[in-house]
Design a protein around this ligand. Structure first.
Ligand code: SAM
Length: 372
């Protein structure tokens, strides 16, 4: 009789289930889950204070990470009028056509991949959070300069009862989105056609290099927020910093950023707006304004695994972006030729790859509330 009872061990070894076992992702052990949780919380503490560097030997061993690359994904929007779906081309890169020339950086697929990597980096350094503002039960949410829409989509998934609207000059958002998320080509710096006192949450990330008149954007956000609603800005301070003296005085990234800042200033945006936003929010009338500053390492030099991953994302974001970031501000703003830009970039790349330089930027998360 016993030979007719199915033997679970034998069944688990049939070819199909063996294949399934081979394909199934291995579940992390309780120890691995605990280890990751500890690593993430240690990363949060270090990002807000001082990031411990890995020893040089260990840093060499982890060099495999430096080949990190990204796949391009196609994003075609199908719901927009053809005029706003046109593109402009310059120096081999693609730019937005609606309000042509307003935004100085490309919108092609390499740039979109970079923006998505920046998203992973920002969310990760914020401890896997999409925002810090203490919003409760948001109903109407707007993401200004939404880019690929990745933040808006994840926010819509996280808050299924909210209506999330992403606006951008470029129609580069995917068509398959959560039912509570939609995208519109629109200019955040033009008059907002939404009712006054309408939004519960206004979000803007990585827009310092985008908005020419941030004061005006904050004013509009304030007017269109409900009393008690929140505004949150997540912006990089584009300055290479270092806590352990390993960054040389002639760090090429610093020189590069200086040119970008000057070029942008000629054309309008303030690359270092992050440092002024808390005061600007207060001056606009927002209350309960808070600012949290997080260090984002460049490269794999951090000892903590989460910060090492964040550093690798950021290194790739900068490496992949050097040319696209430079062309607009340096050619249109400072009159360089594209060839002069190309000749300038290799030395910046070299410094970015140098693991003995422990540099970082800071991400500033600033939020405030419209008085209730
Ligand atoms: C650096 S990207 C950031 C994208 C997105 N916020 C993110 O963090 O993933 C800046 C975006 O702002 C958009 N942008 C620039 N000026 C704008 C404006 N006046 N109104 C709406 N979008 C704008 C650009 O087209 C670009 O997609």
């Amino acid at each position: 009789m016993s030979s007719f009872i199915p033997n679970p061990t034998a069944q688990a070894q049939t070819p199909a289930s063996t294949e399934a076992t081979r394909l199934a992702p291995a579940l992390p052990t309780a120890e691995e889950v605990q280890e990751r949780a500890e690593d993430v919380s240690e990363a949060a503490v270090q990002a807000a204070s001082v990031i411990a560097a890995e020893s040089d030997t260990a840093s060499q061993r982890s060099g495999a990470f430096s080949n990190y690359g990204s796949d391009a994904g196609s994003r075609a929007s199908t719901s927009l009028a053809s005029s706003v779906r046109d593109y402009a081309f310059e120096n081999g890169r693609r730019y937005h056509k609606f309000r042509e020339g307003a935004y100085l950086f490309p919108n092609d697929e390499p740039e979109q991949d970079r923006e998505d990597m920046k998203h992973a980096m920002a969310v990760s350094v914020m401890g896997d959070k999409l925002h810090f503002a203490p919003i409760q039960n948001p109903q109407q949410v707007i993401d200004l300069g939404t880019g690929t829409g990745i933040w808006a989509i994840e926010f819509a998934d996280a808050y299924p009862s909210a209506n999330v609207l992403g606006i951008d000059l470029s129609p580069i958002q995917p068509s398959w989105v959560p039912p509570n998320c939609r995208f519109v080509v629109d200019d955040a710096e033009s008059e907002w056609l939404h009712p006054k006192d309408y939004f519960d949450f206004v979000h803007a990330r990585h827009t310092a290099q985008a908005f020419k008149n941030y004061d005006m954007v904050l004013k509009r956000a304030y007017n269109h927020l409900k009393p008690g609603g929140w505004m949150e800005c997540q912006e990089m301070h584009h300055l290479a910093q270092c806590d352990d003296g390993s960054m040389p005085d002639d760090y090429k990234l610093t020189g590069y950023l200086g040119y970008i800042q000057k070029g942008l200033a000629v054309l309008g945006p303030d690359l270092q707006a992050a440092l002024k936003l808390a005061d600007k929010l207060r001056a606009t009338g927002f209350v309960n304004v808070e600012e949290r500053v997080l260090k984002v390492p460049i490269g794999s030099w951090a000892r903590n695994k989460t910060l090492k991953k964040i550093g690798l994302y950021f290194q790739a974001v900068l490496m992949d972006g050097l040319q696209g970031i430079a062309l607009g501000p340096m050619c249109r703003g400072l009159g360089w030729s594209p060839e002069e830009v190309e000749v300038f970039l290799p030395s910046v790349r070299e410094d970015l790859k140098n693991k003995s330089i422990h540099s970082y930027f800071t991400l500033h998360v600033i939020y405030g509330q419209k008085p209730a």
